[in-house]
Structure formats: structure tokens, C-alpha cells
Design a protein around this ligand. Structure first.
Ligand code: FHN
Length: 432
């Protein structure tokens, strides 16, 4: 009898370990994330005093000793978390990701596990904590960017990505222990909805390290979403990858109805603030968001606040104008699915319930010709918030009459109300 009971306890213990070992972010949480469609990425740190790229300008445009002492002057007195978060909210963004620790190793929160943090700067304040609170107050979902490479950390073997002679043996066990301590610290203190990892490409970091950290995070809070940059594979979700979603960078991901994905793209060229950096036009910004959503993905759109902590007025205005467009057409972006038409340079599509939202990027002529949707009937067709639209079926196409001037110069939206739910309509590839 006793033997049986001991055996049962062992089986239970083993199955519990296996269950914990295979913990994954729940699908319902991922669905909630994908419904948000639009987030603000913020790259910020002491390097803004030089106007050069965060992390990458260390040992390049900025000598290592100079770069690593910048925190002694870091005092962004115009930083106001409520203002940053309001800028995101006014843009129609639903979540925010802050570079709590980038590749230069500087921590924007007063961590107890590293002296290289904001509490040691003249500014002293907890930038991560203030942003977390402002997000909570304004109903924006708070997320954290965290690097898995750290060129400043003595335990990390690479101290200068441009000069391998400076590589050291390092101590990845100690490095990962510190990482786990810092991750548990930020998860328990700031309750991020998602952790945006980065830096997976360097040799010291292995897929096994990624799996170890992923399971550690799940053991702290199973619901925290993790991107795919803990692993070593960036373009697919499979046994080789680690994390919950794909992260194409500086490009709009291809239509993908099977795997969650998010494109991270800069509003200017540089991730961190750069004086007089070139900024994308409003049309580019809106069509980037629309094309991303039409591909079934999220857009994480990056701003780089200046060294004093303010976000440039021109960037704020650009985001406000995106928000104005979303106030009119957000129904065609938030909580939609991509397709059924794959995006092309003239139009793209999203869908929700029995509605297909056609986003018209340019008016080539008076008739928009698109392939017929199989086995459906169009009950109604109209410009969103506007006039009815005439749709004629000619052989295998819909011919949609367009007015001489489209309602919106950046992206007009035509709604096709169908006689059925749109989710089962197969994707119609863009014409070759
Ligand atoms: O090296 C980083 C870079 O600085 C920036 O943070 C981007 C954002 O996705 N990620 C890495 C480059 O792939």
C-alpha cells in the first residue's frame, strides 16, 4: 500500500514538473495582444545626449569610456511619463514598449542587481516605474524591452561588437542569474503585459538559454507574452524558435494568418533620438499601419525622445494625425483579422464579423477591380462613414466605381457587408 502511494506521489510530481516545463502563454492572452494592433516603441537612454544610436554607437561614434560615463550627465528634466503615454494614446496606440535595458546595459529602473542604473544618474527617478503607472492610469498596456546581450556587463563575453579581440571568457551562468533576478524584479514590480527581448544573434546566447529564460518567465507569470527574440530563429515559430510571436523589423511582415507577428518600425530612421532625423510622411505612417493590420500583424511604431525627455513636436503631431485617422477608421484596424485580400500597392483588406474593410491606398482610375469573394453575397457596400458604393460583378471580378476624389487622401476605407462571417473566406493572393 505504502509503495503504491509513494509511486503515485512520484508520478504526480513528475507530471507537475513536465507541465511547468512546457508552460506556454495562453492563446486568449495572445489574441488580446493581437487585437491591439498598434503600439508605441520607445528607445531612450543616456546616449540621447550624443544623438547617436543606442548601444551601436558605443565604440563607434562614441568612445566606450565616454559612452559608459554618459549616465553621470543623464538628467531628462522634461521627461513626463503621463505626456509620453498621452502621446501614444492620442495616436490610437494601445500598448507601449520601453527599452528598460538595451545593449549598453544601462537600466532605466532602480534595479538592485546592477549599479549601472538610473538611480545613479542625476535624474535618479524610476523611468520604467513612472511609465508603468502612467500606462495603468491612462489604460495603455505596459510592456518592457529587455536585451539578452549586454556589452557593459563584465560577465557577458562580448564587450565590443566591433572588436572581437576585446572578447572575454565571461560567465554566462552568472550573467543569466542576474538576468533572471532583473526579470523577476521588473515582472513583479511593473507587471508588464509583454517582454520584448532583443540581441539573440550573438554567439554567447544559445537557443537553450532562450528556452531556460522563457520557462523562468512562465514560472514567474505564465501570462506574460514573450516575443521570439529569446531564441536563435527569427522568421518562423517552430521547435527551433523560442517565444510567442514573430518580429519582422523595419519591414512590414507578409500576410500570415497562422502565426502571430508584429513589425517594429521607426517613425524616423534611428531608433534612439537623432537631431534632424528624416521622418516618415503621414501617408507612409498610415499605410504602414494599414498594411501591417491587413497582413494580420501588429505595428510597434518607434519614437526616440530627445535627451531632455521630450518627444519632438513634429513626431507628436505625426502621431496625433495618425490618431485622427484611427478615430474615423479604427474599426477597420482594431480587433480585425488580415485579408481576405493580400495587400498590394493599390489596396489591402481587413475583416471582422460579416464585414470586409477595403483600404484604398491610391486611385489608379474610376474603377477598382478586385477578385470576387467565393460563395458570398455583398449585401451592402459603402465608404466608411460615407456614401454608398456601386459594386458590379463582371465575370470573376468586382468592379467598384470610385469617385474622382477619394474621401481620405492617405487611405480611404470601403466596407463590404456580406451575407456571412468573413473569417472562413480563404486568402486571395496578390496578383503576381
Ligand atoms: O540592435 C537592436 C536595435 O538597436 C533596435 O533595438 C532594434 C529594435 O527592434 N533591434 C535590434 C536590431 O535588430
Amino acid at each position: 500500500m505504502m509503495k503504491k502511494r509513494v509511486g503515485l506521489i512520484i508520478v504526480l510530481a513528475l507530471s507537475t514538473c513536465i507541465a511547468i516545463a512546457q508552460q506556454k502563454t495562453p492563446k486568449a492572452v495572445m489574441d488580446q495582444f493581437m487585437d491591439k494592433r498598434f503600439g508605441m516603441f520607445i528607445h531612450f537612454g543616456p546616449v540621447t545626449q550624443r544623438g547617436t544610436e543606442i548601444g551601436w554607437s558605443r565604440n563607434k561614434e562614441v568612445a566606450q569610456a565616454d559612452y559608459d560615463s554618459l549616465y553621470h550627465e543623464f538628467n531628462p528634466t522634461l521627461f513626463n511619463a503621463d505626456t509620453w503615454v498621452k502621446t501614444a494614446k492620442d495616436a490610437g496606440m494601445k500598448y507601449l514598449v520601453i527599452t528598460a535595458k538595451h545593449h549598453d546595459g544601462f537600466c532605466l529602473w532602480p534595479t538592485v542587481f546592477s549599479d549601472y542604473n538610473v538611480s545613479r544618474s542625476p535624474f535618479k527617478r524610476d523611468i520604467v516605474g513612472e511609465l508603468a503607472q502612467a500606462c495603468k492610469t491612462q489604460g495603455i498596456t505596459f510592456c518592457i524591452y529587455f536585451t539578452v546581450l549586454d556589452w557593459h556587463d563584465a560577465d557577458y563575453p562580448i564587450h565590443n561588437p566591433y572588436d572581437s579581440t576585446q572578447n572575454v571568457k565571461g560567465d554566462m551562468t552568472a550573467f543569466k542569474t542576474r538576468m533572471k533576478n532583473e526579470l523577476k524584479e521588473v515582472i513583479t514590480k511593473y507587471k508588464p503585459f509583454m517582454l520584448w527581448f532583443d540581441g539573440y544573434w550573438e554567439k554567447p546566447w544559445t537557443k537553450e538559454d532562450g528556452k531556460e529564460i522563457y520557462q523562468f518567465i512562465k514560472s514567474v507569470d505564465v501570462n506574460v507574452i514573450v516575443n521570439n527574440r529569446l531564441g536563435k530563429v527569427s522568421d518562423k515559430l517552430n521547435d527551433e524558435s523560442v517565444g510567442d510571436y514573430l518580429t519582422p523589423e523595419q519591414t512590414i511582415g507578409k500576410l500570415n494568418m497562422a502565426e502571430p507577428w508584429e513589425s517594429c518600425i521607426t517613425i524616423c530612421n534611428q531608433w534612439a533620438w537623432k537631431p534632424n532625423d528624416q521622418m516618415k510622411s503621414l501617408k507612409q505612417c498610415i499605410q504602414t499601419l494599414v498594411t501591417t493590420a491587413s497582413g494580420n500583424g501588429n505595428l510597434l511604431f518607434n519614437v526616440g525622445p530627445a535627451m531632455d525627455g521630450h518627444i519632438e513636436a513634429r513626431q507628436v503631431k505625426r502621431l496625433q494625425d495618425m490618431g485622427a485617422w484611427l478615430k474615423l477608421y479604427g474599426e477597420s484596424i482594431y480587433s480585425t483579422h488580415g485579408g481576405p485580400y493580400a495587400p498590394n500597392e493599390q489596396y489591402s483588406a481587413t475583416r471582422k464579423g460579416n464585414k470586409v474593410y477595403l483600404h484604398i491606398f491610391q486611385r489608379k482610375d474610376g474603377t477598382l477591380i478586385i477578385p470576387v469573394l467565393p460563395n458570398v453575397k455583398i449585401n451592402k457596400a459603402y465608404f466608411m462613414n460615407g456614401a454608398a458604393v456601386t459594386v458590379k460583378t463582371e465575370k470573376s471580378n468586382y468592379n467598384i466605381a470610385l469617385p474622382a476624389v477619394l474621401p481620405d487622401e492617405n487611405c480611404s476605407v470601403i466596407v463590404l457587408e456580406l451575407n456571412k462571417n468573413t473569417i472562413d473566406i480563404p486568402v486571395i493572393p496578390a496578383k503576381a
